[in-house]
Ligand binder design. Sequence first.
Ligand code: PRP
Length: 183
Amino acid sequence: MMTHDIEEILVSKEDIEAICKSLGDQITSDYKNKKPLLIGLLKGCIPFMSDLVKHIDLYVDMEYLSVSSYHGGIASTGDVKIKKDSDISFKDRDVIIVEDIVDTANTITTMLELFKNRGALSVKVVTLLDKPGGRLKPYTPDYIGTTIPNKFVVGYGLDYNELYRNLPYVGILKKSVYTNKES
Ligand code: PRP
């Protein structure tokens, strides 16, 4: 069973629901009378983006870019690849990047630069999870669901070797799962 691979639940289904409501309310209030462009970074953003938008009471555009820096493993390679780009214009748009996690900040700092270069009026970041202990670059997200310790986590969009994205919570993966496979 997939759930047997989880050592500890860090952010429960109920926590996630409360976080989505709180962040959605904040964004609704901060972007009053605006029409933000929400950009989800695939694949990890899918459950979070889907739950978050239900709590944003604004007209929004939704778009997705596929980027990857982990390439399946447990550590960022630092090499952020755009696997599927967008063909819509970001010019003069209020962009909100939707992330499942900010860890080293390699991905998000690369994306911020990209969107600014493409003429966005403003670019902010909402992340479900912030892991400041993992940073390789200084960066603080604008909207943070919750801060987590420097452990490898999976679930609710986050994967190990493309698995565990469908867990309804965020949990710490047992070390035995990846040490057996990677040693
Ligand atoms: C994960 C996650 C973030 C990024 C954060 O994506 O979804 O986009 O890593 O890590 P960083 O701050 O160290 O850059 P990943 O590259 O694993 O692709 P995925 O979303 O398809 O799993």
